[in-house]
Every structure is written in C-alpha cells, then in structure tokens.
Design a protein around this ligand. Structure first.
Ligand code: 13P
Ligand code: SF4
Length: 350
C-alpha cells in the first residue's frame, strides 16, 4: 500500500479517536483491513454495529447491504459511511422489491402465501429485508442459516428463501434432511417464476434464482483438480458455492467458520479454500506452517468488495476530520422499521 496514504489514514483515525468505528469484512483488501477496529463475517459485523451505540460514525468497509444493515441496527444519532458507493453486491441486486412482491402474488395465487415464511439472506437490500419483516420472516447469514430455517419451519410449512439459491439448498439438503425434490427454483425473469402452481404447492423450499458471481465460479472440476494436485488436501468451501461443490467438499461454513477451522488445523495439513481470494491469501500468510491454497486456479476477488480501497478510506476519514460526512448510507424510516424487525428476529434466534 502507498505509504503516504497509510500515514494519512493513520493520522486521520487518530484524530477522530473514539468518534469513529471502522468495521471490516473478511473479504476486504489488506490495505483496508489493517485499519478495521473489528473484522468479521456479515453476522458478526451486524452484531458489532449494534453493539457500538456510542460511536457517532461507523465506517463500513464492506458492501452496500452490510452498510444498510448497520444503519438499521444503529441508533438515530449514528451515521454509517460506505467509502465507495459503487461497492454493491451482484447477488443482492438479483432480488428487487418489485420482483419479490410479484413472487408473493404468485404464491398467493397458488394458495400458499399464508403458509410460506420468507427467509432472506443478509445479502439483500434493505427493501427485501423490510418485505421479510412485513411478512413475519427472518434474515439469516451463512453462519446461522440452519437455525433460521428451523425457526421458519416452526412458523409455517414452506420457506421462500432469497436471494441465494445455493445457501438455501445447501442448508436444507445437507444440514436439515430435505431432498433436492423438496426444493423448487423461482426465476424472477420468467412469468410465474418459471414454475407451475403445482410445483410450488409440492415444494418445501422455494429458492430464489440468485447466486454469488464469485463463489459460483468454483465447480466440481476445481475440487477434483485440487485433490489430484494435493493428495490428502482438506477442501473447505463457503455455502454460497454450488450444491455439487459443497457436496464434494470436506467442510463448509461462513468466512468466520473458515478462519476458525484454519486456526484449529494441524501443522503440516493442507487446505484448499473455496471463498474470496483476499481472505484466502491472508489465511495463507497467517498459517505458514500449513499449506493453504485457493480452490480454483483462476483469480477470484469480489470486485465490489475490492472497490473499497485505501484512497476511498482516506477520503472518508479525512472528510470526517474536516467535519464532512461523505457517502452516508441511510435507510428510510418505514423500511428501517420492518427490516429491523426481520434483523432482530435473526439476532434472537437461539
Ligand atoms: P459471510 O456471511 O460469510 O460474511 O459472507 C458474506 C458474503 O458476502 C459472502 O459472499
Ligand atoms: Fe456479493 Fe458474492 Fe461479493 Fe459476497 S462475494 S459481496 S455475495 S458478490
């Protein structure tokens, strides 16, 4: 990282003291993550944001939906800043409010809306979270998807899982005993979701047709290839990977789970990790006594996570020093109210 920018970021942070709290997701660049007061997966960061009521400024080094969640979970006196507004998430963009409303109409026409509980992945817009709250559902993250689904199936007979079909399918099938036939995929780009009312009525899990462009790149061939290259390798992947990849892997879990698994791994063991490359590189550096490789041969950063770079962080911090709040993420009060309901339902999961 540019040493001048490092020095400027350090100086600005020092001047701001306790008035600023910097949250950093595990997929952030090294040059940025070094300035985070706390690092975590999306669940941990949501809880950390909620646990900092005294910090007037929260600088969120992550993507847009995470900053929105932080705004929802913090109090009115706090302002959340996303250093680059272009740091979105292609998966979250795969479910718009209008599409979800239309889907609910399709479920209503099929006669199943009143027995369906929406479960929305954290990786969704505040609008979708509010929809979920209005319909008495819950948010989940990759570290509590099973608990969220267990809760949802206590409330109703079916789940509408949005927007990541893979997390929904992997959790239901690999962790909860559902079969692939219990799942149906709703495609928002096709009339009626591209499924018949009978298929919807027969399904337990209605999966939104969304995916992560980063984790979607790992294929079964990536797993087979690494097993051939490194005999005895442990394959550890994020649950946003495709079902066949997760099935072929040895372990599956959120970014926080992946970090803990590596901490607990025996010296000399070999690990192929199927998640974002910034995190995998950091893990490889942190564990020189273990062999840690990226699951695929091709480079796989999350381009939007990478939008938050040191120049943007310095700009956000120096602006605060000058008394200016830039790139504030602010969710409107009505959306906030219902999204908060769904987020709090998640935080209350056993
Ligand atoms: P985590 O829930 O593991 O933080 O993942 C968030 C994310 O964006 C994964 O692609
Ligand atoms: Fe979104 Fe995938 Fe990037 Fe996570 S890794 S922020 S799900 S695009």
């Amino acid at each position: 990282a540019d040493p001048t920018l490092v020095a400027r970021a350090r100086a600005a942070k020092e001047k701001l003291g306790d008035s600023v709290f910097i949250l950093g997701h595990h997929y952030q660049r090294d040059e940025v993550i070094q300035f985070a007061d706390v690092t975590g997966d999306s669940f941990k960061l949501a809880r950390e944001a909620a646990a900092r009521p005294d910090a007037p400024y929260i600088v969120f080094c992550g993507v847009h939906f995470m900053a929105e969640s932080a705004d929802i979970l913090t109090n009115d006196g706090q302002q959340v800043i996303l250093p680059d507004l272009a740091a979105g998430c292609s998966m979250a963009d795969m479910a718009t409010y209008d599409q979800v409303e239309e889907c609910w109409d399709v479920l209503t026409d099929a006669g199943i809306a009143d027995v369906t509980v929406p479960v929305s992945y954290m990786n969704s817009s505040a609008d979708i979270k509010a929809f979920t709250g209005r319909h008495n559902g819950t948010i989940c993250t990759s570290s509590n998807a099973k608990r969220a689904l267990e809760w949802a199936f206590e409330q109703g007979e079916k789940v509408l899982f949005m927007p990541d079909q893979h997390l929904g399918r992997n959790t239901a099938v690999l962790e909860m005993g559902f079969s692939l036939d219990d799942c149906v995929v709703y495609n928002p780009h096709k009339p009626g979701g591209g499924v018949t009312p009978d298929q919807l009525r027969a399904a337990k899990m209605i999966l939104w047709r969304g995916h992560c462009s980063v984790h979607g790149r790992f294929g079964l061939d990536s797993v087979e290839d690494v097993r051939n290259r490194i005999p005895g390798v442990n394959v550890l992947v994020h649950p946003e990977c495709k079902h066949e990849v997760v099935t072929a892997a040895d372990y599956v879990g959120s970014t926080e789970y992946i970090i803990k698994a590596l901490d607990a791994a025996a010296p000399g063991s070999a690990w192929a990790i199927g998640t974002e490359l910034n995190l995998v590189r950091r893990l490889a550096n942190a564990h020189p006594d273990k062999q840690v490789v990226f699951l695929d041969k091709t480079v796989c950063f999350c381009s939007t996570m990478n939008r938050i770079d040191l120049p943007h962080l310095v700009w956000a911090l120096e602006s605060l020093v000058d008394g200016k709040v830039v790139n504030r993420i602010q969710v409107d009060p009505d959306t906030q109210k219902f999204a908060n309901q769904a987020l709090n339902q998640m935080l209350a999961l056993p």
